[in-house]
Design a protein around this ligand. Structure first.
Ligand code: UD1
Length: 363
């Protein structure tokens, strides 16, 4: 059997690494090729992650780069189609919710190739998010849906997805976290930071950063938080240009985007995280670090329900108030979602291999 495992953007790399590894232990005799679409590129957004995560260079790099949504999605599809035609995989495995996820799913399905979606069923119910459209479309046409939590299973069932397509396996990003955390916390912190005495900030969601009207009030709120605690801010390339002309408090330290290990080490030793990311909501829950998510909704509500995540919205007063509550030492108890145990990728590969054995016995 032949599988193409696809990654395209920064948050995909930690999700594919354990799948890549599980294939070598659980899927003897099966062939796996690694495809990088090139949606993210350069050392800080891509190359360093392969090194940190110990995954080999991709077998195929489509090198599509940046563009508008239509342009980027179309270019990934045009570049991925000849790869599918040449390699004729039995399965394409996609992860997450980025443009590469939907582009490769559509391409494969139209060639009659089966698709497995890892991290299926997450829903923000917010169709203004490009990722929500990617999630809905990918899940609607994929053959196997691997979920990270039972709320995602429920979302899929409500959409009428047959139960036999859904497999609750856990979270491959957390597999990677559990594997790498020991190394990450051994790394020195950036100069001047003390463990437990700084906050980490990330901001890149288009609805927060693409207009001055949305970004400036958020930065004003964070400036106020910086009066109480130093804040380190690895700046996403999307956000960098939009910060021009916005006053940033000297207590906030903007730095280049960080690769996986230093960033994980930074988050694991922080007092608090302020973010609009998806995956960081999950990582902070596992690490037990309070996370304030500056969005109106989340596709990962389990992190709020039982984890350390608080959905604070984008109102500056609320952000400052919730940050003060955390800094005053009020921390609610939390739990780690079921199956976030470091073995999700093994479960995925077992399902794929068994699936194949079943179809072979039926034919
Ligand atoms: C993408 C994903 C988002 C994910 C985020 C993580 C989609 C729709 N969005 O958003 O879900 O949370 O990645 O980072 O797929 N750029 C660079 N170098 C790069 C990549 C991008 O400089 O390696 C710049 C370019 O100016 C580009 C902009 O960042 O136009 C945005 O990149 P893009 O891939 O379009 O979306 P992200 O905002 O990164």
């Amino acid at each position: 059997m032949k599988y193409l495992l696809v990654a395209g953007a920064r948050p995909n790399f930690m999700k594919i690494a354990p799948i890549y590894r599980a294939f070598s232990t659980e899927a003897n005799g099966h062939k796996l090729l690694l495809v990088h679409t090139g949606q993210h590129y350069g050392a800080s957004m891509s190359g360093d992650f392969f090194r940190d995560l110990g995954i080999p260079q991709p077998d195929i790099n489509l090198e599509v780069g940046s563009g508008s949504h239509a342009d980027q999605t179309a270019r990934i599809m045009m570049a991925f189609e000849p790869v599918c035609l040449e390699h004729r995989p039995d399965w394409v495995i996609v992860v997450g919710d980025v443009n590469s996820t939907i582009a490769c799913t559509l391409t494969a399905k139209k060639l009659g190739i089966q698709v497995a979606h890892v991290e299926a069923g997450l829903r923000s119910q917010d169709m203004s998010m490009p990722e929500e459209i990617n999630r809905l479309c990918t899940d609607a046409i994929s053959d196997l849906l691997f979920t990270t939590d039972t709320m995602a299973d429920e979302n899929l069932r409500k959409e009428g997805v047959p139960a036999q397509k859904i497999h609750f396996v856990g979270n491959t990003m957390i597999d990677t976290l559990r594997q790498q955390i020991g190394r990450a916390v051994e790394l020195p912190l950036p100069e001047g930071l003390e463990a437990g005495d700084y906050a980490v900030l990330t901001l890149h969601r288009p609805s927060n950063v693409d207009s001055h009207e949305s970004l400036a009030p958020l930065v004003a709120a964070i400036n106020a938080v910086a009066q109480r605690i130093p804040i380190i801010f690895p700046v996403h390339p999307r956000t960098l240009t939009r910060l021009n002309g916005i006053k940033i408090d000297p207590g906030i330290r903007p730095v280049e985007p960080m690769s996986y290990l230093p960033f994980l080490g930074l988050v694991a030793r922080a007092r608090m995280v302020l973010t609009d990311s998806g995956g960081i909501q999950e990582e902070t829950t596992v690490l037990g670090i309070p996370c304030l998510t500056m969005r109106r909704n989340t596709e990962r509500p389990i992190t709020c329900e039982i984890g350390t995540n608080i959905l604070v919205g984008t109102d500056p007063a609320r952000i400052v108030q919730e940050a003060n509550t955390v800094l005053d030492g009020h921390m609610r108890s939390y739990a780690i979602p079921e199956n976030w145990d470091g073995h999700a990728a093994e479960r995925i590969v077992k399902v794929l291999v068994n699936q194949q054995a079943r179809s072979a016995s039926q034919s």
